[in-house]
Design a protein around this ligand. Structure first.
Ligand code: ATP
Length: 311
């Protein structure tokens, strides 16, 4: 059973009613931080500091609340264990359940069976404020409020000094850009604000997560729909943000997961194989097939570009 309070449920329903539900959903997911939605169990504890960054899914079964009782579960006995500081990626065909894993890791929903554990404790026994501190997300649709860049950053850490803001923006590879705006960090962004490119928005979102400094970072394919140069900037910022923390990377393309410590391959809600890129290629299973398909697509895209040049 989900235990989310009315405002959030309302937002979620609204999001689901809209055609572009996924993008909106991602925004809410990123901003769940701001919604004190889940009431703590009376004996809830903070995340255990000694094992901060350790994440475990133990036989997790999950059905979306609006699914039929006898429907095939969206996640079916999904188990994996992530050590602090590891980079773990989830790949698989569209609809396999990758994003759902990200939602459960951030406790946007409650599991239908099994358990999600942080630092050895079931998330249902962890104080929500502590969990919120422990998990940061960068999603494909980074959301900026109609407010100054400085205020957008300070949502992650009220009271952060200007020097701190600048330091994280340098690491996220966005300081120079902000400094070049006439109003600098006071520039108003977001709906009806200064128009930033997708890549700039993402780098500000990454700076924000750096300021928050969570033990666990959930990346929901932050480099989609960007041109190559912008993508490279964002990738560098993400590398900086990934350093020294646990990363759960939800990858819709395979190019970004090659260096993951472990890649879990999902198919119809189940983990069908796990390993490093080399191991999975060697194995010749679903990952190898997806990899080969993507390779063909890239070649076709390159051929297409060359054809354009000839014209
Ligand atoms: P993609 O690569 O296309 O983003 P994915 O692997 O991330 O796919 P999920 O978004 O986790 O897949 O979706 C898994 C399944 O759950 C899909 O069948 C999807 O239609 C369904 N689903 C996703 N979100 C919801 C929701 N809010 N309510 C009901 N069903 C949902």
């Amino acid at each position: 059973q989900t235990r989310l309070t009315m405002p959030l449920l309302g937002l979620m329903r609204m999001a689901l009613d809209v055609q572009t539900s996924k993008a909106l959903f991602a925004r809410i997911f990123e901003y769940l931080d701001l919604v004190p939605a889940i009431r703590d169990a009376p004996d809830a504890r903070p995340v255990d500091d000694a094992r901060l960054g350790e994440v475990e899914f133990d036989e997790v079964v999950f059905r979306y609340p609006d699914a039929e009782d006898d429907a095939v579960p969206t996640l079916d006995r999904v188990s994996f264990h992530v050590e602090p500081g590891q980079y773990v990626a989830f790949v698989g065909p569209s609809g396999a359940g990758k994003t759902t894993i990200a939602y459960l890791a951030a406790r946007l929903y409650e599991v239908s069976g099994g358990a999600v554990r942080f630092a050895g404790d079931d998330v249902r026994e962890i104080r929500h404020d502590s969990l919120v501190d422990a998990v940061g997300t960068v999603s494909q649709e980074s959301y900026l409020f109609h407010a100054s860049i400085a205020d957008n950053l300070r949502y992650a850490k009220p009271g952060a000094s200007d020097a701190e803001l600048e330091a994280v923006c340098r690491r996220a590879n966005i300081h120079e850009t902000i400094a070049s705006f006439p109003e600098g960090y006071a520039t108003i962004v977001g709906e009806r604000g200064y128009r930033l490119s997708g890549g700039e928005k993402q780098r500000i979102a990454i700076a924000r997560v750096l300021l928050k400094d969570p033990a666990v970072l959930v990346l929901d394919e932050a480099t989609s729909a960007l041109d190559t140069l912008s993508e490279r900037h964002v990738q560098r910022a993400l590398d900086a943000a990934s350093h020294g923390r646990t990363v759960l990377s939800i990858a819709h393309r395979l190019s970004t997961v090659r260096h993951a410590d472990t890649i879990h391959v999902l198919d119809r809600g189940r983990i069908v194989e796990s390993g490093t890129h080399e191991e999975l290629i060697e194995r010749g299973g679903l990952y190898a097939t997806l990899h080969a398909e993507q390779h063909v697509e890239q070649e076709l895209a390159v051929d297409g570009e060359e054809a354009d040049h000839v014209e």
